[in-house]
Design a protein around this ligand. Structure first.
Ligand code: CAO
Length: 473
């Protein structure tokens, strides 16, 4: 008989973490890495797996107990099994404990989570330490069991509480965006195996399986983590009349996937504002006329877009949260100002990026945006021309529109939609006067930008467009 004491490993700063589930009972045979208990902090659930194969001889905890690093969980008789205990009697367990920061950073049940969002968790796993515990021959080995954090929110856990799956299977499922609660397990005691997750995904892809209704439905449709969407309707449109089927362009397919993720994952709010551009437009037209008259072919035609880029950079300098990206629990604030702009092309939407827009004048911005838009329409943009944007402007003003709600272009946190300027009667305190009004629609990620801040940005932007001398203040 060789008894191994299994203790709660390093679980970061968590203390008094309640046990929500015992996954084994006395007499059960377990393999190394099988989960023994599940802990649940306010941030995540964590499975504590067995460091050895053997038979559970004693459970030292029960559901509801609160534990911390070092709490004795169970005794396992590892006699006869491959234990990881070396010839010198030292038991070694490789820990892959994921720090709390990574727990929050992990993409949760997000099928198309951005690679950037997934990286911190992956890195945390890759850099995890090995937990090595000494044991004295003849004594019970004191082993800190490796903690595999299953990275589910409490709400997700609520949905999947009946699902038994090892942390690696849970991680695999999470990477594929599969809610393990919906997967039928074919392993011992209904345990969910890798192959079950693969079969579930295949089933969904072929339409044979669809996500089952969950608690979300009984909670008035409020989703409890993960998108509990109905499968896309499959309709024979030809039944209703003549049709023509055309494949989506490559650009539409790529941008569609990104737009869907951003629309679904970002809690975005759109804020509208009107900018009085009467003077600016008169100035723009005047300068363009002067350049035309002078025959100066080198001067680019000034566009409203160039002024908007200039004004946005200034507003981002005043409100740096607009030049930021979420990276796990961190906000990355950028010191550079690369501005993307949506370009309508025959093949679909493209977003070329003007680098270091803060260092460029309006003529240069007009020339460069014109050149990039031309390349986009001719399909000549290089990948580097579309990378690194901090903020995006989507101007449909040349076409029309009043206001619209653009979708944030992750990992950016805000996007400005610009519609067609129009003469409007504006009350100046004594009378209505005709003013050229430019509709601005700012969509911002509420996780980073509160409504008050978004409105301040919008108001300032409108002030700048009304009088660009303000940018010198
Ligand atoms: N209000 C009124 N008129 C406007 C305007 C506005 N907000 N913006 C542009 N115009 C005018 C221009 O002054 C120009 O008129 P003139 O030829 O008389 O000077 C005309 O409309 C055409 O401008 P343009 O749209 O070709 O040029 P631009 O520099 O303003 O915009 C670009 C360039 C690339 C932003 C634009 O061509 C484009 O592709 N817009 C569509 C973006 C888009 O699809 N957004 C939606 C993305 S989400 O699906």
């Amino acid at each position: 008989m060789s008894i191994v004491e299994v203790k709660v490993p390093d679980i970061g700063d968590f203390k008094d973490v309640p046990i929500i589930e015992l996954l084994v009972k006395v007499g059960d045979t377990v393999k190394a890495e099988d989960s023994l208990i599940t802990l649940e902090s306010d941030k995540a659930t964590m499975d504590v797996p067995s460091p050895v194969s053997g038979v559970v001889t004693e459970l030292k905890v029960k559901v509801g107990d609160k534990v911390a690093e070092g709490t004795l969980v169970a005794l396992i008789d590892s006699a006869g099994a491959a234990t990881g205990v070396d010839a010198g009697g030292t038991a070694t367990a490789t820990a892959t404990a994921v720090p709390a920061a990574a727990i929050a950073a992990a993409p949760i049940a997000a099928p198309t989570a951005a690679p950037a969002a997934a990286t911190p968790a992956a890195a945390a796993v890759a850099t995890s330490a090995s937990a090595v515990a000494d044991s004295r021959p003849g004594d019970a080995e004191l082993i800190s069991a490796p903690s595999r954090v299953s990275m589910l929110t409490p709400a997700e856990r609520l949905i999947g509480q009946a699902a038994h799956a090892s942390p690696s299977v849970r991680r695999f499922a999470r990477e594929l965006g599969v809610d393990v609660a919906k997967v039928a397990g074919s392993g011992p005691k209904g345990r969910i195996m890798h192959s079950d997750v693969q079969a579930f995904v295949k089933g969904v892809l072929t339409g044979a399986a669809s996500p089952a209704p969950t608690l979300a439905g009984s909670l008035g449709g409020a989703s409890l983590g993960g998108l509990d969407l109905l499968p896309w309707p499959k309709i024979d449109f030809a039944k209703f009349g003549e049709i023509d089927v055309q494949p989506l362009s490559r650009i539409k397919k790529i941008s569609g996937a990104n737009l869907s993720r951003n629309w679904a994952m970002i809690p975005a709010v759109t804020y509208h504002e009107d900018a009085d551009i009467t003077e600016l437009e008169a100035f723009r037209v005047q300068i363009n006329k002067e350049n035309e008259k002078s025959g100066d072919k080198s001067a680019a035609k000034l566009t409203m877009l160039a002024f908007l880029i200039k004004a946005c950079v200034k507003a981002m300098q005043k409100y740096p949260e607009f030049n930021a990206s979420i990276d796990g629990d961190n906000l990355v604030l950028k010191k550079y100002f690369h501005i993307g702009f949506a370009a309508d092309t025959p093949n679909g939407l493209m977003v070329p990026v003007i680098k270091n827009a803060d260092c460029k004048g309006v003529f240069e911005l007009a020339r460069e945006s014109g050149e990039l838009a031309r390349q986009a329409r001719e399909g000549k943009l290089k990948p580097a021309d579309m990378q690194g944007a901090c903020f995006t402007i989507s101007s449909v003003g040349g076409i029309g529109g009043t206001y619209f709600a653009p979708i944030v272009n992750a990992p950016e946190v805000a996007i400005l939609g610009v519609s067609k300027s129009a003469m409007k009667p504006v009350w100046d305190g004594k009378a209505f006067v005709p003013r050229l009004t430019l509709p601005l629609s700012l969509t911002a990620d509420h996780r980073v930008i509160d409504g008050a801040l978004a409105t301040r940005f919008n108001v300032y932007l409108a002030q700048l467009m009304a009088d660009l001398r303000r940018s010198m203040l």
